[in-house]
Design a protein around this ligand. Structure first.
Ligand code: NAI
Ligand code: MG
Length: 366
């Protein structure tokens, strides 16, 4: 089952929806077309606009992401992004296009749901949401070399922290309302921190060491929590969280954290449900939202038609939620589950199917 991850983008309910498709590099060129095929098969009359970005495009044109792409994303207000390659060494004029998109449109909330899939590669009973701050922290791009010393500045602001924690609590509220139908089903007292029927927000930080930056993040979390008295706030240090995610991930609901911690923890969490190939995400701003699988361009398997399209297809489902099509989002998610149950799996999940076979099966299961 899927649930609304974001409020319906204002004014998008009844307008013709055009989705900007940015394939990017590597497997992005395989999984975005697969997800677009699934969207088209819903018969909603969705329109698509294809736009360029990425390292291959940069080598041809000298630009990582051209203004035309930014204009298309702004015009469409929703985009499906594959992945782009970013070399680990500096290349003059090149900057990761997804970071550029996040900053250009202030896509401050990165929502990364981790939900069990019905296969033996996935842990059962998992339904958590990682809410990652997406515009500041160590990804603010403030790095410099001072002689033989390399310095990165970690930017944490009150505004950025407050709005991301608010997003996390709003998501928890929405999830609680969604879960309300199930009633109280665990043995702990209702509304207690131990209760598994009540959504809690867990703030993840390292304020014991990063006393100023994460100290501020933590302080903002405690402040925002006061406005949501019905939702317990838990806190945990990031290193302990990395362990708990492996040991008892079922005890978490909504997790909110800073940019780099969220990036790392969400890749870790994806391993619980089958790996990077199945993990979806949403980058949400006030006006624009960009949906993308969590994985990168996977150069080791790119160009062979072997990529798992599920992460991209589930990202398309998040996009449907965002534009007010929750029922269609659920339809896509159920079709993915049916496909997994049938054992139509790519090699990363232990199967032999290729991208096109999985995509075809999902469409058949719609
Ligand atoms: P990666 O996510 O591309 O690959 C990690 C591992 O997961 C590889 O073994 C790959 O084969 C596998 N994998 C990834 N997606 C898969 C899929 N759909 N189906 C099956 N297996 C899949 O991460 P890596 O190797 O660290 O980075 C490769 C490139 O991607 C780098 O240039 C990096 O900068 C870029 N990258 C881009 C991102 C983005 O555009 N949002 C995010 C992460 C990395
Ligand atoms: Mg990552």
């Amino acid at each position: 089952m899927t649930r609304d991850l974001s409020p319906i983008a204002a004014g998008m309910e009844n307008t013709l929806i055009k989705i900007c498709l940015i394939n990017g590099d590597g497997v992005g060129r395989e999984v975005v077309p697969a997800a677009a095929e699934v969207l088209a098969a819903l018969g909603l009359g969705l329109e698509f606009a294809e736009a360029h970005a990425g390292f291959e495009y940069f080598k041809r044109s000298g630009e990582a992401i051209p203004d035309a792409t930014l204009a298309d994303v702004e015009g469409c207000r929703v985009a499906l992004f594959g992945a782009t390659s970013s070399p680990s060494t500096r290349v003059d004029g090149y900057r990761s296009p997804i970071l550029a998109l996040r900053q250009a449109f202030d896509l401050y909330a990165n929502l990364r749901p981790v939900q069990s899939l019905p296969g033996k590669f996935s842990r059962p009973n998992l339904d958590l949401l990682i809410v990652r701050e997406n515009t500041e922290g160590l990804y603010a791009g403030r790095e410099r070399l001072d002689g033989d010393t390399a310095i990165a500045e970690r930017v944490i602001t009150r505004r950025g922290s407050t709005r991301i924690v608010t997003t996390a609590f709003d998501q928890a509220r929405r999830r609680t309302a969604y879960n309300a139908g199930a009633g109280h089903t665990c043995t702990a007292p209702p509304r207690s921190v131990q209760c598994r029927c009540q959504q809690a927000v867990t703030v993840v930080h390292k304020a014991n060491v990063l006393k100023v930056t994460d100290g501020l993040f933590r302080e903002c979390a405690l402040e925002v929590a006061r406005d949501y008295p019905e939702i317990p706030l838990k806190e945990i240090l990031v290193d302990a969280m990395a362990m708990r995610l492996v040991r008892d991930p079922e005890s978490f609901d909504v997790i909110v954290t800073t940019n780099l911690f969220g990036d790392i923890l969400s890749d870790e969490a994806s391993a619980l449900i089958g790996g990077l190939g199945v993990a979806p995400s949403a980058n949400i701003g006030e006006r624009v939202a960009v949906f993308e699988p969590v994985h990168g361009s996977a150069p080791d398997i790119a160009g062979q038609g072997l990529a798992n399209p599920i992460g991209a297809i589930l990202s398309a489902a998040l996009l449907l939620d965002h534009i007010g099509q929750a029922a269609q989002a659920a339809r896509v998610q159920q079709a993915v589950h049916a496909t997994v149950k049938q054992g139509v799996l790519t090699q990363d999940l232990g199967g032999r199917a290729v991208t096109k076979e999985v995509t075809r099966a999902v469409i058949k299961n719609l």
